[in-house]
Design a protein. Structure first.
Length: 167
């Protein structure tokens, strides 16, 4: 496996984002040279399959970084999943991660999962953009902000807390 240069979400934004909202994780992946693959729907139905019940997965196939995502989940979830898996890659976490739904939710998870979730939030909701909408355009409605950034309201609320906008 080739040496990975670790990148923060802001590194990735500055190098791989075209500047348009919403931040599209699929375009970012393409720019980073990461292959995206959807889980086969049959895999998700087959309880005996090793990938059953996963939202996402990251692994190297040869030297190629590959992010899998569950395309049977809602689009906002898929976006967050892809951003989370890109986080495992960009942060140099190692060669493979399997992510059930629970890895995306609370704070009680493993350190690398928390890091990948923080990365995803920072990638999809860039600080300067979020604060710009709030302070310059006066948009403070969480639902509207979530729509603009194509994230769930829960994710936006958490991001606003993190940025110190919400208590
Ligand atoms: Zn993960």
């Amino acid at each position: 496996m080739s040496e990975i240069q670790r990148m923060t979400a802001s590194d990735v934004l500055s190098q791989h984002w075209d500047g348009y909202l919403h931040v599209c994780p699929k375009k970012i992946a393409q720019s980073m040279g990461v292959t995206l693959k959807e889980f086969d729907a049959a895999i998700q139905l087959d309880r005996n399959h090793v990938d059953h019940g996963l939202s996402g997965k990251f692994e190297f196939e040869g030297d190629t970084p590959v992010c899998y995502y569950n395309s049977s989940e809602p689009l906002l979830r898929q976006n967050f999943t892809i951003a989370h898996e890109l986080g495992h890659y960009a942060l140099g976490h190692g060669k493979s991660f399997r992510d059930p739904v629970s890895n995306f939710s609370s704070r009680g998870n493993e350190f690398k999962e928390i890091q990948a979730n923080d990365f995803a939030a920072q990638l999809l909701m860039p600080k300067s953009q979020v604060l710009g909408y709030i302070r310059e355009r006066g948009i403070v409605d969480i639902g509207k902000l979530a729509d603009i950034f194509k994230v769930s309201q829960v994710a936006m609320k958490y991001r606003l807390k993190n940025l110190g906008v919400l208590r």
